[in-house]
Write a protein that binds this ligand. Structure first.
Ligand SMILES: CC(C)(COP(=O)(O)OP(=O)(O)OC[C@H]1O[C@@H](n2cnc3c(N)ncnc32)[C@H](O)[C@@H]1O)[C@@H](O)C(=O)NCCC(=O)NCCS
Ligand SMILES: Nc1ncnc2c1ncn2[C@@H]1O[C@H](COP(=O)(O)OP(=O)(O)OP(=O)(O)O)[C@@H](O)[C@H]1O
Length: 205
């Protein structure tokens, strides 16, 4: 510690393609360190013992031609309403989440001198990782706008719904958030909202 106050830790949640990264990028410009759980979880899928454990649980169908794990193949086995899919998802999470949490804790330690730590963690509330946040921001986007951004990203709406059924309902997440950020305007309007919020809590602390 160089005498700086502990970084302000902000949890960011929101549907895929709702603007989380756009908000995180702005906080980085304002002096934050961005910790992206999806990226960290993806890295775990390249660890040999994780590959061996998951093949042991889910079978060799999850390997691609190069012997690496195929994320679409894993997704097809774990994101379903049936009991078998839900059991497989729990088995996958039991392997990935502890490793992801370990990396996140180490990255938070390394960010001790930054102004903000941004925890971009889709399952922040489902895993009670909000307990390590000073505040939680939740992106909210209109269905029409969301469809535009998802289509631009080539996201399959049915696949999105399959995944969201394995998460808390958005109304519940929004009610647990300290700030719900409506992202239906321009990127500049989103940036202005974030800057105003940062200035307001900087004055408070
Ligand atoms: C199943 C996997 C291989 C699919 O990989 P893929 O590249 O298609 O998706 P990606 O990891 O980018 O996740 C995209 C979105 O899917 C949703 N999602 C991912 N994992 C989960 C989960 N366990 N439960 C509910 N939703 C999930 C989130 O909204 C996430 O932002 C991957 O999602 C995975 O390993 N999930 C288990 C680890 C996990 O829970 N990660 C979430 C970060 S905390
Ligand atoms: N207000 C906005 N106006 C125009 N484009 C936007 C706006 N907000 C976000 N976008 C664009 O929409 C896409 C999705 O935004 P972003 O990557 O921030 O979402 P995300 O929630 O981080 O997505 P994911 O969860 O998939 O990483 C990006 O191309 C981004 O530039």
């Amino acid at each position: 510690m160089n005498g700086h106050p502990k970084p302000h830790t902000i949890g960011i949640i929101g549907p895929p393609c709702s603007g989380k990264s756009t908000v995180a990028e702005q906080l980085v410009r304002l002096g934050g360190v961005w910790i992206n759980a999806d990226v960290i979880a993806k890295d775990q899928l390249e660890v040999p013992e994780v590959i061996d454990s998951l093949v042991g649980l889910l079978g060799t169908s999850i390997l691609d031609d190069s012997g690496q794990l195929s994320r679409p193949s894993i997704a097809s086995l774990v994101f379903g309403e049936d009991d078998a899919s839900q059991t497989r998802l729990k088995q996958l999470e039991a392997i990935i989440h502890p490793r992801t949490r370990e990396v996140i804790d180490a990255e938070i330690e390394r960010a001790v001198d930054s102004r903000f730590v941004i925890l971009d963690v889709p399952l922040l509330l489902e895993r009670d990782w909000d307990s390590i946040c000073d505040e939680v921001w939740c992106l909210k986007i209109s269905p029409e706008r969301h469809r535009v951004l998802l289509n631009a990203r080539g996201w399959d709406l049915a696949e999105l719904e399959r995944r969201e059924k394995r998460q808390l309902p958005w109304a519940q997440k929004q009610s647990r958030a300290d700030w719900v950020i409506e992202n239906n305007g321009t990127k500049e309007e989103l940036a202005a909202k974030v800057l105003e919020r940062v200035n307001s809590f900087e004055q408070r602390t």
